[in-house]
Design a protein around this ligand. Sequence first.
Ligand code: ADP
Ligand code: MG
Length: 150
Amino acid sequence: MKALEKMVLLRGKVVKGFQRGSKLLGWPTANLDPAAFKGKIDDLSEGVYYGFAKLESDQKVYKTALSIGWNPQFQNKEKTVEAYLVNEFAEDFYGEEMRLMICGYTRPQCPFDGLDALKKAISDDVEETVKILDTKDYINLKDHDFFTQK
Ligand code: ADP
Ligand code: MG
C-alpha cells in the first residue's frame, strides 16, 4: 500500500453499473458517474485504492476500498470508479451524491483463479483498507472540509 502524493477528491452521483455480481460476491460497489472524474484521474492507473466516502443522506464518513478499471462497454477507453463503503446499508443509494477521497494505492488489478480467490482478495483489500485508515496518517481525514463543504 502506498499513499498518493496528492489525494484525489471526487464528487458525483452514484450510477448503475452492470450489476455483474458484485452484490452476489458480497461486495457491492457504488459506481461513480463518469462525469465526476473526467480529466481528474488521468494519472491513476488501473487498480485497487483506499480512501473515504460520504453520501448526501448520511452524516457519516466511511472507509472505502475502491477500484479504478476500464469500462468494457466503451471498448475499455473509459474508466470506471467503483467504491465499496465499509458499512452495512439497509438500502441501496443509487442516484445519491457521493464524495470520494482517494488517499492511496493498494494493488494492481489482476486476473484471479476462480471466484473464491477473487472473494479472498477483496476481503483482504477491505481488511487492509480498514487497518491503514485507522493509523494516524489518515484517521483525521474523516473530518476534512471536503466532506462538509457545500
Ligand atoms: P452496480 O453494478 O449497479 O454498481 P453492485 O452490485 O455493484 O451494482 O451494487 C452497487 C449498489 O449497491 C450501490 O450503488 C449501492 O446503491 C448499493 N450498496 C449497498 N451497500 C453498499 C456498500 N456497502 N458499498 C457500496 N454500495 C453499496
Ligand atoms: Mg458496482
